[in-house]
Design a protein around this ligand. Structure first.
Ligand SMILES: Cc1cc2nc3c(=O)[nH]c(=O)nc-3n(C[C@H](O)[C@H](O)[C@H](O)COP(=O)(O)OP(=O)(O)OC[C@H]3O[C@@H](n4cnc5c(N)ncnc54)[C@H](O)[C@@H]3O)c2cc1C
Length: 444
């Protein structure tokens, strides 16, 4: 047994390849991908049912693409609504600036932003696991200690959320990236006959008296986030009244206080054999202003699964944190910036001075898939996602692929499949595409 309690025999055949702790969105997507890769997987989840209340309500194109890769493409159309974008307004609702146009033709095969109701998505990802005889899901089961987990599986992945036990057992600390505010999160379901005029776009209200976020979610679901003063009592219906929402036209789904944090684990891998990994909220937490917390966890899962499945996993896993951490840190910085923008713009308006608007690049919808953490060290398009013209992703499947302009493309001694799709090669003869859809190399 190693100094932190992880079994380190390193010999003998363990019954599982991967043990996942936690079946939130990160663990569920990782388990589906492990299932597709044929990895013998065990999942420990202390609750019997998915978390009943929505937390995440927004996801982006890359995450929709991962979910489609898991096999949920057709069901996704039922649980996602294309988002019209996001506007920042003053206290009277006058528009200051906007990130819009996300309905445009999708680059990655999916639109740049969607809204959804999290329990519906959680139900989908959990159902997906029923396909795999080699994935065992233990609901209502607290994960055992690292020693027992290390005897059970080659790899242990802590997807156990913000209060991660695995992170604590590894002795991994959290680095504070500098955000700490109390907000009230209110979800309602509008009555179908409700005559209430609400924005059709995500709205950030730069009001010094009450910074507020509004999200027109999927179906009849609507979300508000109201900044609270410290120790301020939560009075959701009073706050909703200002938007014309009352018990006569809506049902309260929940109203919960949250502390919005920005934290990142100081390392994402541990244990004497380096076989214990952290992913999702266990590895990082960010304020929700860009709707990227769950998205980041699902990106972690996509980045981990193919590495865990590779014959040289022990070496490849080093790149997991090397790629994912800078991406998470830059997305967290953007989320903090978006949160602070509510205060900055409100202060500018109050002082009648020019508005400190973000750089135009912040509104570029392709921003998530070309952040510095994904720079694989080459010239464009290496480190970017391969485009997703119709049908390409189904043909790419779960493995490595060359995406080529012509069927004659071959690489001597290379058994990687060649998929012909001239519309996706960025003008090169071929692109080498990793299982997570990132371009690793170009030919010609
Ligand atoms: C108000 C709010 C709004 C948000 N909006 C968005 C958004 O729009 N878009 C977005 O992308 N993100 C958003 N997020 C963030 C998102 O909700 C989280 O990042 C995401 O839920 C994290 O998923 P996870 O699977 O990593 O962790 P969790 O969802 O916390 O799941 C962890 C799981 O592990 C289980 N577990 C814990 N310990 C153990 C143990 N010892 N044994 C067994 N099981 C265990 C828990 O029961 C739980 O099911 C929002 C968050 C909040 C609070």
């Amino acid at each position: 047994m190693g100094h932190d309690g992880v079994g380190d025999a390193g010999t003998g055949v363990r019954p599982y390849d991967v043990a996942i702790v936690g079946l939130g969105p990160t663990g569920a997507v990782l388990a589906n991908l492990c299932g597709l890769h044929g990895l013998r997987t065990v999942v420990f989840e202390r609750s019997t049912d998915p978390f009943a209340q929505p937390r995440a309500c927004h996801l982006d194109a890359e995450v929709a693409r991962v979910l489609a890769q898991c096999g949920f493409a057709s069901e996704l159309h039922d649980v996602l609504t294309i988002s019209a974008g996001m506007e920042f307004v003053d206290a009277c609702g006058r528009r200051l600036f906007t990130f819009e146009g996300f309905e445009r033709a999708p680059l990655l095969g999916w639109h740049e932003d969607y809204v959804f109701v999290q329990p519906e998505l959680d139900a989908l990802t959990r159902r997906g696991l029923e396909r795999f005889a080699h994935v065992q899901v233990l609901l209502g089961t607290e994960a055992p200690g690292l020693g027992e987990l290390g005897e059970l599986a080659e790899w242990i992945v802590g997807c156990d959320g913000a209060s991660s036990t695995i992170r604590t057992l590894l002795g991994v600390g959290l680095v504070d990236l500098g955000f700490d505010q109390e907000w009230l999160v209110v979800d309602v379901s509008l009555h179908e006959d409700a005559e209430v005029a609400l924005p059709g776009i995500i709205r950030q209200v730069c009001d010094q008296a009450r910074p507020t976020t509004f999200v027109p979610s999927h179906g009849w679901h609507r979300r508000w986030e109201f900044r609270l003063e410290s120790d301020e009592p939560a009075k959701p219906w009073d706050l909703l009244g200002g938007w014309g929402v009352t018990p006569d036209n809506a049902d309260m789904v929940r109203a919960s206080k949250y502390r919005f944090h920005a934290l990142v684990a100081d390392r994402w891998r541990g244990g004497p054999r380096g076989r214990v990994l952290l992913a999702g909220d266990a590895a990082h937490q960010m304020p929700p202003f860009m709707g990227q917390g769950m998205c980041s966890g699902i990106r972690d899962a996509a980045s981990l699964a193919w590495r865990l499945a590779a014959p040289d996993a022990a070496d490849l896993i080093d790149d997991y944190e090397r790629e994912r951490r800078p991406h998470v840190e830059s997305v967290t910085a953007m989320s903090i910036q978006a949160g602070r923008l509510l205060d900055d713009l409100a202060a500018d308006l109050a002082a009648s001075r020019p508005l400190r608007l973000p750089e135009p690049d912040a509104a570029d919808p392709t921003r998530w898939s070309r952040l510095p953490g994904l720079d694989l060290g080459g010239a464009f398009p290496i480190g970017h996602q391969v485009p997703g013209p119709p049908g390409l992703d189904q043909r790419l499947g779960i493995g490595w692929a060359w995406v080529a302009t012509d069927p004659d493309f071959t690489v001597e001694g290379d058994s990687i499949q060649v998929v012909v799709e001239p519309a996706a090669t960025y003008g090169h003869r071929a692109l080498l595409v990793r299982p997570d859809r990132y371009i690793a190399a170009v030919a010609g």
